[in-house]
Design a protein around this ligand. Structure first.
Ligand code: CP
Ligand code: NVA
Length: 303
């Protein structure tokens, strides 16, 4: 049997494959809007393992499978034997005998690799501590819609160099988006991720100055300062990120920029309420595009 394709990081797709998946996402979005039948995964089942909470990822994957004529099963990590110590490799081999594809939201990135190593069906990373490629897929779809393409687009990331940021750095390189990342010292993007972006032809600029990063940007993107699992670091992180809030003052240097956030947002911390509620905010387009992008990914992986 052929080895399954997995989607653990955004560059598990080549540039051409990324384009194909984004084109398919746009087609699904149109089909849904026009009420056209697109039950391309009839009879197929997605297993969804969650070690962390979720609103968008869970609902968009589950709804996406329904719209494609398939079915999704929510597997909270504490509701399955994984939570009582069943090894991931056994969970993976067992699920492979039942379902057609597995999406997993886990803490350690190594663990999604273990799932993939032992699976005979595609494994999709629904967020780990290091990466969130499904979010990047939706982000790229959103930027493509907003800007009419990727050519000449400049983006700024402001805040934590976290999972969402790291996948976005790699995705921006794949798409040819010019990117500047502003993070406090000690909270930057991993060197290995920056290296991967350069290998893909990107040239991300890194700085500790948010104002310099957003200057003239088309897109300003941020995410929470305290990610799931980092709750004990709240005080030290809140201090470290002072000056990295996306607010009206910061955006004065980026008068035409759209503002992105993967959500959930912590208003008053990494972003202000008036920015997220403003006309320039495209955060709910991003959230909607999770649905279309993941439907495209699933049907592409299962082809
Ligand atoms: N952006 C995102 O992944 O949201 P959820 O945590 O709600 O799934
Ligand atoms: N960086 C955030 C993203 C949530 C979708 C977290 O990991 O909690």
């Amino acid at each position: 049997m052929a080895e399954p394709r997995h989607f653990l990081e955004i560059d598990d797709l080549s540039r051409e494959e990324l384009t194909a998946v984004l084109d398919r996402a746009e087609a699904y979005k149109r089909a849904e809007a026009n009420g056209e039948d697109h039950a391309d995964l009839e009879g197929q089942t997605l297993g969804m393992i969650f070690q962390k909470p979720s609103t968008r990822t869970r609902v968009s994957f589950e709804t996406g499978m329904t719209q494609l004529g398939g079915h999704a099963i929510f597997l909270g990590a504490d509701d399955i034997q994984l939570g009582r110590g069943e090894p991931l490799k056994d969970t993976s081999r067992t699920l492979s005998r039942y379902v057609d594809v597995v999406m997993a939201r886990l803490f350690k990135h190594d663990n999604v690799e273990v799932l993939a190593e032992h699976s005979s069906v595609p494994i999709v990373n629904g967020l780990t501590d290091d990466a969130h490629p499904c979010q990047t897929l939706a982000d790229l779809l959103t930027i493509h819609e907003e800007a009419g393409g990727f050519e000449g687009v400049s983006a700024a990331w402001v805040g934590d160099g976290n999972n969402v940021a790291q996948s976005f750095v790699i995705g921006a390189a794949l798409a040819g988006i010019d990117l500047t990342v502003a993070t406090p010292d000690g909270y930057g993007i991993d060197d290995a991720v920056l290296e991967r972006a350069r290998e893909l032809g990107g040239d991300p600029t890194t700085t500790t100055d948010p104002a310099a990063a957003v200057d003239g940007a088309d897109v300003v993107y941020t995410d929470v300062w305290i990610s799931m699992g980092q709750e004990d670091e709240r005080d030290v992180r809140t201090d470290a990120f002072e000056g990295f809030q996306v607010n009206a003052d910061l955006l004065e240097d980026a008068p035409d920029a759209s503002v992105m956030h993967c959500l959930p947002a912590h208003r008053g911390e990494e972003i202000t309420d008036n920015v997220i509620e403003s006309d320039r905010s495209i955060v709910f387009d991003q959230a909607e595009n999770r649905l279309h992008a993941q439907k495209a990914l699933l049907s592409w992986l299962l082809e």
